[in-house]
Design a binder for this molecule. Sequence first.
Ligand code: NZQ
Ligand code: ZN
Length: 389
Amino acid sequence: MNQDFEFYNPTQVFFGRSAMENLPGLLSLYGPNVLLAYGGGSIRANGVYDQVIQALADSGKQVTEFTGIMPNPTYAKVLEGGRLARACQADLILAVGGGSVIDCAKAVAIAAVEDGDLWKRHWLEKRPPDADPLPVGAVLTMVGTGSEMDGDSVVTNEETKFKTSTWDYSLYPRFAILNPEFTYSVPEYQMVSGIFDILSHIMEIYFSPEDEDNLSDDFSEALMKSVIRNTAAALENPRDYTARGNLMWASSLALSGLLAPSKRQDWEVHQIQHQIGAYYDCAHGMGLAAISPAYYRLVCPYGLAKFKRFAINVWGIDPAGKSDEEVAYAGINALAAFIQNSRMTTNLRQLGLPDDSLLETIAATCNLRQGGYHPLTRTEVLQVLRESF
Ligand code: NZQ
Ligand code: ZN
């Protein structure tokens, strides 16, 4: 661990079958008015809604519902939530759902207390909130983004066609309820999308300097191996509590800050995916899966030693009789095979892009990051997109 770092994660996590029993006690820490934020209705179908409503009733809360938060939440939806939070004088926003619901709740937490052009100030200029955002609590129902234990809020501006995040310590959920059973009802497509999102978060940190002996890379390899192992088990039996639990905790840890110390971090795959998502409303993790093999093949020569280590330590590739390049590319091939075998999206056509007409626009508008082994030019972004099509 050669680089200086700061570590702080303020989210209080309750994990397991009985995690919901803590909700009334947690609610009692906040004022009487709760804005209950959720998505398109999955929580009503799987019974989580009833459990949450019961806890709110037991705690004597006044509840205002903010519903219909869509996957890849829009800035317009954030502003709608902000108006509702003000009208009901919310003391707490309780987000029940996946990353989209939690991200939207965090953004509403800002919109409830600030006026003016929030998009410009916080999402484009990345400035911290001007006033303390409302507190957010999370009941997680879909695994992948890590939003339940991080300070990011990813929002899409539909008018300007730009999807990006803002981050602040004040946006970390105050508490997160993690019951793996709540994820049993997630459709397989969404489950494997979330799983690739976890892997991608880990890889975007792992495939970057520094490469000195550091605990972060060791943690990353352990998490990746756990995710890979438990994916097979969850595909085999979606109600495998152990597998769903391991995936859930891996997801939360991946972006909790645990893996970041001493790492510069890449995040270019996420930048490209966010711009694909700005133009084509698609499952975030599936977009990452569609472009990752092409991206890592392009970057591999610039971080060869790390890709070799990935192949051996994560995928169990036997290096005997192989050159470093052969070992490294065998690791990326193993990743591509995992994507295919886990019924994830293997290219952009499968993701739902009808043609390649917007690839140049996506390449021209995505953020270019400097953190990876090889910062991409726009021509190289386009190359990745074309190879992934
Ligand atoms: O809307 P509902 O009815 O809840 O249905 C959702 C949605 O259709 C459904 N779902 C969730 N839990 C379910 C369930 N269906 C059945 N049973 C359940 N228990 O799944 C669908 C997808 O949900 P969504 O929240 O959109 O998925 P995800 O958790 O992957 O979140 C994606 C969003 O998070 C952002 C992404 O960009 C995207 O906008 N990200 C947030 C990050 C963060 N805050 O740190 C980091 C990520 O890299 C990512 O960018
Ligand atoms: Zn992600």
